[in-house]
Design a protein around this ligand. Structure first.
Ligand SMILES: [Zn+2]
Length: 131
């Protein structure tokens, strides 16, 4: 029998990871429903996480492990794909990436962004299932 070891967190850390835990639990629910529907077993979940989604990847990964423990998803992988921050640059009149997460400026001409187009994503892209 597998023995699980859950690391003890301080109350502040626990509070911070509540967000990730609820996300992880929704992902597990979604994947389980899909796996039941096709009568398969989930091997991996692919998700997209933008830097502006407010999600900490490491926290999400450990929460996923916690949430999938003792479910049919135990041992499945959560694959996180990074999404770049994309803005609309009024100067270039084009979609551009930003120079850094701290400054929402065009990476080409340094003009301030007028609109953030991508970077807030938190979405399930695909499921890998085995029948
Ligand atoms: Zn520009």
């Amino acid at each position: 029998m597998a023995v699980s070891r859950i690391q003890h967190h301080g109350s502040d850390e626990l509070k911070n990871s509540m967000h990730e835990l609820s996300i992880a639990m929704s992902l597990v629910d979604l994947a389980r429903q899909e796996a039941e529907r096709v009568r398969g077993r989930v091997i991996a979940l692919h998700i997209k996480v933008g830097p502006l989604s407010g999600v900490f990847k490491d926290a999400l990964l450990s929460c996923y492990e916690m949430a999938s423990h003792d479910t049919s998803l135990q041992g499945s992988q959560l694959m996180i794909e990074d999404v770049p921050i994309v803005i609309y640059c009024p100067q270039c009149r084009a979609e551009r990436t930003v120079g850094s997460v701290q400054r929402f400026c065009c990476s080409v001409c340094s003009a301030p962004a007028s609109q953030i187009l991508r970077g807030k994503e938190l979405e399930l892209v695909s499921l890998e299932l085995e029948s």
